[in-house]
Structures are given as C-alpha cells and as structure tokens.
Design a protein around this ligand. Structure first.
Ligand code: PLP
Length: 454
C-alpha cells in the first residue's frame, strides 16, 4: 500500500465547482485581485487553510446526534472533559469557541502592560492577544534548513540571553507552539520541550503549550527521532502536555472538526479566573460557546487524530504532494510537515520585486489557471509600511502556502493542483506584480484591494 493512500473510504460527497476562464478572470477583478474576497462557490480546490475545513468521520457525525444541549453540566461536556483529561493529563478543562478565545482568556490573566511573552513563534492570533494585553511578543525560532529535523524548536542561546539580560524579569510566560505553524509547520522536539521545562523552572515562569497541532507534532517527532521507538504517538503527545503547565488549542486543526477550542491546565486558581472570563465572554463553562453536539464531535475527533495510519497518510501525502509540485517546477520548501506545503515565490519570480508582491502574483495566477486557492505568506501579509509611507519593508521571504484540509481531498485532486501549477510555471517569466490601492491597518491581507502593475 502506498504510504500516502487515504486510509478511509468516502461516504458523503460534496460537488466542487468548475468556473470557466471568463468567470475566473471576472472573479479576480471583482475581488480586487485579493483571493480572500473570492466566494467559495468559484473555487475548485481550496487550499486556503487547514483550519475548520476538515471532513468529519462517520463516528463524528453520529456523535453529533448524541449531543446533549443542556445549558449546564451536559453529558457532552463530561465526554469531552474525559477525553481531554485522558489525553493531556490536566484536571482542569475549559471548552471555548475557538483557539483565539482560549489565548485571549489565559494570556490576559498572565500578562499586563510592559510584560513579555517569549515563544518559538507566536501564531498571529497569539501575538495579537499578547499585544492587546499591553505586552510584547518575542519570537526566538532556531535557524533551519533542509537538514534540520526539528525546525520548529526554540533557540536556547537567545532564550537564555533574554532571560538573564536586562529585560529578563519582564518575561512572564513561555509559549511553545507545536507544530510551529508560522515557521513552515516544522515540528518541535521532545528534547527542546524538556529543556524549556528546566529553563522555566529556573526562572519561575509558566510553560504554555499552543497545542493546536499536537498530534501532527507528535507524529513527526516519532518519525524523526529514534528515542520514541516502543512508544505510541499518543504517549509522545502526552509527554509534551506533561512537560508543560497548561495548554490551549484551536480544535479546528487537530480536533478534526469545524469549530472549537480548549484551555486545559493544572493550576486550580488560574482555572477559576479563566472560568470567570469564559462566563463573561463565551458562555457557561460546560459549553464555552459551543453546542453540546460540537463537544461530542470534538471528543471523537481527539480520539481519531492520533491514529497512526491517519497520521502517516497525512505526513506522507504532504511529502508526496511536495514532490509533484517540485516536478511541476515550483521551488518547494523541505522537509515537509503535515498541514501544508510551502513554495518560495521569490525564487520562481525573481523579476518581481518584493514590494510588487511576487507571492500574491503566484497565488492569483494559480487561481486564474485552475481556480485553485492558496495563501500568500509574503510581503502582503508580513510586510510593514516603510517610513516614506509608500513602499513596504518587505517580508523576509515570499512564500505561498498550499494548506491541506484534513481528509478532504484525494491524491487526484492534488495531482490536478500540480497540473495547474505546471501551467503557471510555464509562463512564470510573463507574470506581473501587484500594487496595493486600498488597505486596512490590521490583517490587511483579508481586505486589501490590489491592482496589477502595468
Ligand atoms: C489556528 C491557530 C490558532 C488560533 O485558533 P483559531 O481557532 O483560528 O482562533 C492559534 N495557534 C495556532 C498555532 C493556530 O494554528
């Protein structure tokens, strides 16, 4: 059996749209050349994100029907709490409606004005929560290349320097994001988490795990480090939770469901304060902004997600997909993780300068050529307005992310994407860049209006 073969068969299907060339051109113009503004009914293969886009299993769909919609103390909560306790080992379990609610609630309990949160890399919503609390978010990822198995790790030298330096006392929490989404979805090693535990003990700061992709991280750790032989992926995941003091997660990723999040922790006093915030902003603490049936689907998803056949397929299909994109001529980044394949648009389109958004040019051409939707992670997302107000300070790299929704697309869908990519590569030299004609201050990629450069 090929390692990337889907370890499931399909029970419910949803037709996908095939807009014509004329419809695609019109959609791009109508959307101000911004892929976020194109309606899903005009997308053939949607690789915008792996968040909330999963296909649920038959067992999850049937769990929905046993959902208990009691306002307080629903059986659905008990089932969810049981699965989360067994997985994480934390006694205190608080459901919330999605990851950023969890981040806002726990980080605003821990951080105040002038404080610092340090991380391998804060995810963008995590950074937003830290900054909204008046604190600074400091990212200390390791440098990595194709030969680095754990490119998601935090850099200890820089971490120790920060903690023993002048501002060391301002550091109030350490966040380890597994996998490191903002850093190419690279995994964090168990050794890295162990040393983080020691450093947090030495400096008396809480160790928080952003566990949104805990299962994919545990699988990659298993695959890349021999020390885990003889243990299960679930045991490896548990070891990460055991090392940390508390976790939060967006369950729109490894919950394999369409909505949900959680906070789980040891500290009963902190849990009490978080619960008060949940009541204020999410709902009664046994449903936390979710329906009872969501909690049941999530409890089932959290059991399925550590299945080795599923995780092997997830990692191997990403690896295989990176291979077919590379054959099509796209410069892909390696090693691949599980949730996406990243492509270096800066290398494909060296004639387009960063301020003319080469990654956006590639994203838009993939749409024009075959209604494939990807995300730009280049200067449109990470660029900052320069001092002259007109030109941007460019992003470090011009990347395009092909996110892979869980259990949604088959190998032939991904082959279609590679065919579309090949057509785009053939005319790469003729592609033109874009300029921004309208933008908002925050998360400008969602709303910006662009125009092709003449
Ligand atoms: C998605 C994500 C979040 C935020 O979760 P939402 O459910 O989108 O609010 C936080 N951290 C990481 C690593 C994520 O991938």
């Amino acid at each position: 059996m090929p390692a990337f073969m889907e370890p499931f068969r399909i029970k419910a299907v949803e037709p996908i749209p095939f807009p014509s060339v004329a419809e695609r051109d019109a959609a791009l113009t109508e959307a101000g050349h911004n892929i976020f503004r194109i309606p899903a009914r005009l997308i053939t293969i949607d690789m915008l994100t792996d968040s909330g886009t999963s296909a649920m299993s038959a067992a999850q769909w049937s769990a929905l029907l046993s959902g208990d919609e009691s306002y307080a103390g629903a059986r659905s909560f008990e089932r969810f709490e049981h699965v989360v306790r067994e997985l994480t080992g934390y006694p205190e379990v608080l459901p919330v409606h999605q990851g950023r609610a969890a981040e806002r609630i726990i980080l605003h309990e821990l951080l105040g004005r002038g404080d610092v949160s340090v991380s391998n890399t804060h995810f963008d919503s995590t950074r937003a929560s830290v900054e909204a609390a008046g604190a600074d978010a400091v990212d200390l990822p390791v440098e990595y290349d194709e030969a680095t198995p754990f490119g998601g790790d935090i850099d200890f030298d820089r971490l120790r320097r920060l903690l023993t330096g002048d501002g060391g006392a301002r550091v109030r929490c350490l966040v380890l994001t597994v996998t490191n989404n903002a850093n190419g979805g690279q995994p964090v090693s168990l050794d890295n988490a162990r040393v983080v535990r020691q450093i947090c003990d030495e400096h008396d700061i809480p160790f928080l795990l952003d566990a949104s992709r805990f299962a994919e991280n545990a699988y990659l750790v298993h695959h890349r480090s021999p020390e885990t032989s003889g243990t299960t992926v679930r045991e490896t995941a548990r070891e990460f939770f055991r090392l940390a003091d508390a976790c939060w997660a967006s369950l729109k990723k490894d919950g394999i469901a369409n909505i949900g999040g959680l906070i789980a922790l040891h500290d009963a006093d902190l849990a009490k304060r978080c619960r008060a915030k949940v009541i204020e902003t999410e709902g009664f603490p046994t449903y936390g902004g979710l329906a009872g049936r969501d909690l049941d689907a999530l409890a089932q998803g959290l059991l399925e997600v550590t299945d080795v056949d599923y995780l092997r397929y997830r990692a191997e299909s990403a690896r295989w997909f990176a291979g077919v994109l590379a054959e099509a001529g796209l410069p892909v980044l390696r090693p691949t993780g599980c949730h996406a394949v990243y492509v270096d648009a800066g290398r494909l389109l060296p004639h387009i300068p960063p301020h003319q958004l080469p990654a956006t040019a590639l994203v838009n051409e993939l749409y024009r050529a075959g209604a494939v939707r990807t995300t730009e992670l280049g200067t449109l997302v990470f660029g900052r307005p320069g001092t002259d107000g007109a030109t941007d300070i460019p992003a470090p790299r011009e990347l395009v992310r092909f996110a892979i929704p869980r259990r949604v697309y088959t190998a032939s869908h991904l082959e279609y994407v590679a065919e579309v990519a090949e057509r785009v590569v053939a005319k790469a030299a003729d592609l033109r860049g874009y300029r921004i004609v309208e933008q908002d201050d925050v998360m400008r990629q969602f709303t910006a209006i662009l125009q092709p450069v003449e």
